[in-house]
Design a protein around this ligand. Structure first.
Ligand code: HEM
Length: 639
């Protein structure tokens, strides 16, 4: 038995910088691919201040996920655990995690959600509200989500919760300094207030007669589960956190990929227009969702190519063995999911957006997370994402309303200046079907990185655009991130002012535009659709209201950020565009994810099989249950 081969990198920092540069870039597996060429698919390196075993091997990744809680456990920094809650499903371990995960899976089963006659309507209302207010530069009210999750009903309560949650998410993605003036501190305070409110609501719910209880998640938790108040509160906060940006960013990715692949866009539009014609009302119903065959392929492909969960973070609980390798207790273990998703041998033309691949039988089998290790946008094993099905449905519905009703949507892209815990806004121009498209892009960089990591470097490495280089030069020259931020924001504001064309029904070939737009609200509104409702952040004088931002926190929230030139080249390979090659000069992107939603993929009960001596676990164990993982979050746009 031996350690997997590998190098140690630089003293102290090991390979951390190379790592973060790669995961923040347009091709996250780059570093891993380089190492794989030298050492093989499972290798060791020095990351996060310790020894890490990194894997691009789908079978080993599966082995790790299946042995969650046994040989391996998820690990997050203390600051993060304090913020999301020590009793939250994301951070708890063992029996507690299994129980909470089971509750989350059960609550988010589509069949259960759909048993509420208003569910599908609520999901779509939020989307339509957001889309319809985009042009008006208004804050989008996600009241339905709030009502669903918390049973909150008054507008003022919804607004308040939205603001609090916005602060909370910002803190999750910030440097963890718990001192007044820092985002982390604000987030901790917001968290305390949210928890207090949730507890108050619980008391009210408990006093209500059973028959009067609503069907918000909180009501159901109080009614159906015998959980202490603290645990319920953390549970809700965790759902808000885990489901927040992931889905929204996957939507953005989907739109991005589609705008670069006219053939796919055209086919999707035809499918959705047909569905729209068949639909009895404006709002889609369950049968309509089932008819979205090609749309689903688009979502699968978006998750594969632009998946938010790039990698997972685990720690070896005990000395473990896998094949000939020995993994010492305490090592970090990193299943690098996107290395598998972008592996040419597994997915020929892996860097191309090719939704049609999911119509092939072979690939249909690949995406069954219960039986296959090759497609894991929602993780696997005991922490398989409980919101996977819900996310998939939301994305499909969003695509329907987007392509059939709207042509213009604003996206916002920003870059984090991690060293100062600031976000920079980036204004870029893309071209779609020979049409110049202005976009303000936003991206938030990982924030829980070890202190020694150079955030600036990482942030900028995420994007190749001239705009970013320009920003970088300025940063270097002036060493004044504060002032630069302000100027950048001003520029972004100016870009926002670019007028939007009317939202007219799109027709083929659809010149979808991605234009600058304040507060898209997509992310907020996407906030766990039916689960929690939060309204996008309050407007503040210093920020364009409603900007959508894309944060990415590595281990937990591995969000993908930018499509840069590499991606553009890739995307231009999309099969026969309807009209000339699509070009886009600075691509943007957003992290998001979607879910797999085959019935066979429903998260089941947790029970992975394993062997304590570390031999490969039987992949067929029926249990993999939910879990969480890499999400990308947006946070607020103020700052
Ligand atoms: C496209 C959207 C989404 C993606 C790509 C995504 C991805 C993931 C992944 C990869 C994990 C596993 C993390 C790990 O193993 O460490 C995970 C866990 C989780 N996800 Fe999602 N997710 C999405 C949407 C949602 C939504 C909408 C919700 C809730 C409504 C949600 C709630 C959770 C929770 C609570 C966990 C933690 C489960 C546990 O640790 O037991 N996710 N997600």
């Amino acid at each position: 038995m031996k350690l997997p081969p590998g190098g140690r990198g630089w003293p102290l920092i090991g390979d951390s910088i190379k790592w973060y540069k790669a995961v923040a870039s347009s091709h996250p597996p780059r570093y891993v691919e380089d190492q794989v060429k030298r050492y093989g698919k499972i290798f060791t390196c020095n990351l996060f201040g310790g020894q890490a075993v990194v894997s691009a091997d789908p079978h080993f990744n599966r082995f790790v996920m299946q042995n969650e809680g046994k040989l391996f456990k998820s690990c997050y920094p203390k600051s993060f655990r304090d913020l999301v809650g020590k009793s939250g499903v994301i951070v708890v371990q063992g029996e507690q995690q299994r129980k909470l995960h089971g509750i989350a899976v059960n609550m988010m089963k589509l069949e259960k959600l759909n048993s509420n006659p208003q569910f599908l309507g609520d999901v779509q209302m939020v989307m339509l509200q957001t889309l319809s207010t985009l042009r008006e530069n208004q804050v989008v009210v996600l009241q339905d989500i709030c009502r669903k999750l918390l049973g909150v009903s008054s507008e003022s309560e919804v607004d308040e919760m939205a603001c609090l949650f916005s602060d909370f998410v910002d803190g999750c993605l910030s440097v963890p300094i718990n001192l007044p003036g820092f985002a982390y501190h604000t987030a901790m305070k917001a968290r305390d207030t949210i928890i207090r409110k949730i507890k108050r609501m619980m008391q009210i719910t408990r006093r209500k007669p059973r028959s009067a209880a609503g069907n918000g998640v909180l009501d159901r938790l109080v009614e159906e589960e015998n959980l202490p108040g603290d645990v319920v509160a953390d549970f809700i906060v965790n759902l808000l956190f885990a489901g927040n940006e992931t889905t929204a960013k996957t939507m953005l990715f989907a739109i991005y990929f589609l705008t670069h692949c006219p053939k796919a866009l055209e086919q999707l539009l035809v499918e959705q227009q047909n569905i729209g014609r068949m639909a009895r009302k404006d709002m889609l119903e369950w049968e309509d969702y089932e008819a979205m065959q090609f749309t689903r392929c688009v979502v699968y492909e978006t998750l594969r190519l632009g998946g938010i969960a790039i990698w997972l973070m685990r720690e070896a609980k005990v000395d473990a063995e896998y094949q000939d390798f020995f993994i010492p207790k305490g090592s970090f273990v990193v299943p690098f999911l996107s290395a598998v998703h972008l592996d040419e041998n597994t997915y020929p033309g892996a860097l191309n957006f090719h939704p049609w691949r999911w119509m092939e039988q072979e690939n249909k089998e690949k995406r069954n997370w219960r039986t296959s290790p090759f497609y894991t946008p929602f993780g696997g094993g005991a922490r398989y994402c409980p919101g996977a099905e819900l996310a998939h449905l939301q994305i499909a519905f969003f695509l329907h309303h987007f392509v059939t009703k709207y042509r213009d949507v604003g996206f916002f892209y920003r870059v984090v200046d991690g060293s100062r815990c600031r976000r920079l806004l980036v204004n870029v121009v893309a071209t779609f079907m020979d049409e110049a498209v202005h976009a303000v892009l936003s991206h938030n960089e990982a924030t829980y990185l070890p202190k020694f990591v150079n955030f600036d470097l990482l942030s900028y490495s995420a994007l190749d655009s001239d705009d970013l280089l320009y920003l970088k030069e300025q940063m270097e020259a002036e060493e004044d991130a504060e002032r630069l931020l302000r100027r950048t924001e001003k520029r972004a504001f100016a870009a926002f002012k670019i007028s939007f064309s009317d939202s007219t029904p799109a027709s083929l070939p659809l010149p979808l535009r991605v234009e600058p737009k304040p507060k898209s609200g997509i992310r907020q509104q996407d906030l766990l659709k039916n689960i929690v409702e939060i309204k996008p952040k309050r407007q503040r004088a210093s920020s364009p209201s409603g900007l959508t931002q894309g944060d990415r926190w590595s281990p937990f929230l591995a969000a993908r950020v930018s499509l840069s030139r590499d991606d553009e080249q890739t995307l231009e390979k999309c099969p026969s565009p309807a009209k000339g090659p699509t070009k886009n000069k600075s691509s943007f992107l957003a992290d998001q994810v979607s879910t797999q939603r085959d019935t066979e993929n429903l998260p089941g009960e947790d029970s992975s099989s394993w062997k304590s001596n570390g031999k490969e676990t039987d992949a067929k164990s029926d249990n993999p249950v939910g879990s969480l993982l890499g999400l990308a979050y947006d946070s607020s746009d103020d700052e």
